[in-house]
Structure formats: C-alpha cells, structure tokens
Design a protein around this ligand. Structure first.
Ligand SMILES: Cc1cc2nc3c(=O)[nH]c(=O)nc-3n(C[C@H](O)[C@H](O)[C@H](O)COP(=O)(O)O)c2cc1C
Length: 431
C-alpha cells in the first residue's frame, strides 16, 4: 500500500533523473537565479531557463508585453504575450546557470536557446553546456518572431528544424529537446525532422498564435503597444486542449518514439495527470505560475500523490502514456453501441435549464412539467449529446447509460404521420 512517503514521483527523461515531473518553462518565470532559487524552495524539480540569445542585437521587449484574457468572470483563462527572448546579457545568464547548478546539483537545468545562424546555435549550445546545462531546449517556436529563420518560422520550415538540431548535436554532448510550435497542422512531422537531426526529445507546446481581445475604445488587439496590436502568443488554460492533442499525437507516432516534455495550460494536478496520461514525461508551467505563484507546485505534487495512493500506483512512470492506446480515429467508434441520458430527479432543483437546452440545441427529448418543475425524458428522442448535463447546476444529477443493442432511437426530428403526409415527397436519384 503506497503512502505519501512511498509514492515515487521521479521520472527519467533522455537519461536524466528529475525528482518529480514539474519544471518551470522558459519564460519570465525562469528569468534569473534569484527567481529559480525561490521556485526550488517550493519543490520544482528543475527549470527550462528563459531563452538565451547571443547578445547579437539588444533585446527590447514591447511595452506592455502581456494581456490577461478573462472570460465571464474567470480571470486569466488565457494570457496573450509579445515577449522576446531574454533581455539580460548572456554572461549574466550563464553565470546564473553555473551558480544554480553548483548550489542545487539535484535540480535539473534545461537551457533554452535560440540562434539565427548555424554558428550562433552552436555557440549558444556550447556556452550553455560549459556552464552546467543538463539539457538544451531549442526554441523553434517563439510565436512572434518577425525575422525569417527564427522562432516559429523555423518550426514551420521542417528542413531548418533538422539543420539547426544537427548543428547543436554536433556541438554538444548533452541531450537536446526541440521545442515545437503548435502553429502548424501536424506536429509529428516536425518532430520527426527534429529526430532526424538527432534530437533526444521534444517539447510542446509553445504559445498558440491568436487574438484574444480587441479594444472597443481604440480598435486595437491586446496588448495595445502604443496603438498597435499583433497576432501573438496565447497560453494558459485556453490552450490546454491543443497542447494535450499535440502531445498525445506525438506519443502515438511510432516513427517518432522520443520522450516528450509537455506544457500548455497546466495549473493543477488534474492538468498534470492528463498530460502524463497523454504521453508527457516532464511537465512545464508558465501561466499557472503567473496566476498563482511558484507555490502551485506544492498542490500539484500533493494532488498527484493522493491520486496515486487512491489508485494504488507506486511509481508515476507507470501512468505515462496510459491514455495513448485508447485514442482512436473517430471512424473506429462502435456505432452499434448507443446510450441515453439518465436523470436522478431526487436531486433536481427545478431550474429548467436542461429543458431549454434540449429544445434549442438537442433532440427535444424533454417534456417539462410546469406544476412539479421537473423534466420527463422521452427516451427514444434523446440524442445522447449530453448537453443537458453540461448546463445542469447539480453535479451527478444527469448521467449516461447504454441501451440494449436492439434499442432504436426515433428519427429526428420526429414528425407525426399526418404531418409527413402533408409533405409531398418524391424519391430522387443522383444523375
Ligand atoms: C510571457 C511569456 C514569455 C515566454 N517566453 C518564452 C521563451 O522565451 N522561450 C520559450 O521557449 N517559450 C516561452 N514562452 C512559452 C512558455 O514557455 C510555454 O510554452 C507556454 O506559455 C505554454 O505554457 P503555459 O500555458 O503553462 O504558459 C513564454 C510564455 C509567456 C507567457
């Protein structure tokens, strides 16, 4: 029987051991040693350091550089940013990396780098390795690079992914991850190019190019950088489904077969577990930290541990990729098996939302008794779309049950015979 003391949250990725899967992702949350030290105190197993550049040009961030995307009262459902790579001098960052590695040998440092030429990629890779990087993450995915051959434009040009990965692998002996862009149709293809270049693993996702808000006073997409907006990078819970999809597809890809560092909207142990089940080995976080601070890792560790104890899982590695085998093409669903919604009316509060949604967007399968203020299900009309359960305010009131194989749903919409008779129906054939 596992206990909090005995569950093993450690993971191995590219031959490197992490005390737990949780890492700061490359962003302002991993900007310097002072910040990362504080993160370590809360239990983060490591860091993917803010993307280094070679000081070739002075980095000036747009101002303001982020915009919080709130939705119906929920704050920071997403975060829109136009931030660039590190604006600190390279030698300061390298000194910080060396300091962290010496002081915290058990925490792992992945250094994110971005070059603009082969030489620059090789230089940054070597400098990082020489200053204690355990691993590198190649930033092929920054979503607001306007220069060709950089950021997500590399991630969209697969031969460049392969070329720069090859360059870095020739320059250093430490493991290399390719951080890929979600601003693409099929990430597995990009990932295979990274593999061909020698990548030891992949990271996903960087932010999704989007516009989350437009000002009605100035007609400028947010963030409003002195009267100018831009399509820019969206992160946070709003992008989690996209991140999970790309991670799962890469985990499923037999040709790839590389470990994955997953990210995009991870804020709770539930999000974390989903990414692990989808095939991620390590988990990276930015927006969750921006929202709640470094301390969220404590809740994530506790939540994962509690779940493992409840499920009798001793080692976290046992669950990695467990959902991948259950992912199918929709064409593979067994359409002979059908079910309907079930109602536990003892719990019903009589709000009528199920009735409204079923009538306006479902199968018109609910009769509404206005005296008792309760719905009555006409089973044959239930589409099993389950939208009633999404609007019902009472957890567990509406469930789902399978019907016997010979059960038949009524055709929709159901017209009575007299009505059908009124309509002239002439069978036709395709010419
Ligand atoms: C303000 C900001 C700056 C970022 N800077 C970088 C960066 O320098 N390099 C990089 O690879 N990713 C960068 N990212 C992307 C994050 O590392 C991460 O991939 C993305 O935000 C998704 O994770 P999240 O939903 O937990 O934020 C940045 C994200 C934000 C919000």
């Amino acid at each position: 029987m596992s206990t909090k003391a005995t569950v093993d949250l450690s993971v191995q990725m590219c031959g490197i051991r992490f005390n737990n899967p949780f890492l700061l992702s490359s962003s302002p949350v991993s900007n310097c040693a002072e910040m990362i030290e504080r993160a370590y105190e809360h239990g983060w197993a490591g860091v993917c350091y803010k993307t280094l550049n070679s000081d070739r040009v002075e980095i000036i961030h747009p101002s303001p550089r982020m915009n919080g995307y709130d939705y119906e009262g929920k704050r920071l459902v997403g975060l829109q940013n136009v931030e660039m790579t590190s604006d600190r001098p390279l030698r300061h960052n390298l000194a910080d990396i060396l300091y962290l590695k010496k002081k915290y040998p058990d925490r792992k440092i992945i250094v994110s780098i971005m070059g603009f030429s082969n030489d620059e990629w090789a230089f940054l890779a070597k400098a990082s390795a020489d200053h204690g990087a355990d691993m590198l993450e190649l930033n092929f995915s920054c979503p607001h690079m306007s220069v060709e051959g950089s950021g997500y434009k590399v991630g969209q040009s697969f031969h460049l992914i392969e070329k720069f990965t090859t360059t870095v692998k020739r320059a250093v002996g430490i493991p290399v991850l390719a951080k890929l862009t979600p601003n693409i149709t099929d990430m597995t293809e990009a990932a295979v190019y990274a593999k061909n270049g020698g990548a030891d693993g992949v990271s996903a996702i960087n932010t999704v190019r989007g516009i989350s808000e437009i000002g009605f006073d100035d007609f400028v997409a947010r963030p409003n950088v002195f009267g100018r907006g831009a399509v820019s990078g969206l992160s946070g819970p709003a992008v989690k489904p996209i991140g999970l999809r790309f991670v799962a597809e890469m985990a499923q890809c037999k040709e790839l077969g590389l470990p994955i560092s997953g990210m995009g909207g991870i804020e709770t142990w539930v999000d974390s577990l989903e990414y692990l089940l989808a095939g991620a080995t390590t988990l990276q976080v930015t927006t969750g930290i921006i929202h709640y601070g470094y301390r969220i890792v404590e809740d994530m560790i506790e939540g994962l541990s509690d779940w493992m104890i409840a499920r009798g899982v001793g080692k976290l590695t046992e669950v990695i990729g467990k959902a991948v085998q259950n992912l199918h093409e929709t064409g593979e669903f067994d359409l002979q098996r059908q079910g309907i919604a079930t109602y536990d009316l003892d719990k019903c509060v009589g709000c009528g939302q199920c009735h409204i949604v079923c009538h306006d967007a479902g199968g018109q399968a609910l009769r509404w008794d206005s005296a008792t203020r309760r719905p009555e299900l006409i089973e044959g009309k239930c589409l099993s779309c389950m939208i009633c359960s999404f609007v019902c305010p009472v957890p567990g009131l509406i469930g789902f049950t399978e019907k016997p194989k010979d059960w038949k749903r009524l055709p929709t919409p159901v017209m009575d015979e007299a009505e059908v008779a009124r309509v002239r129906f002439e069978p036709f054939t395709l010419a």
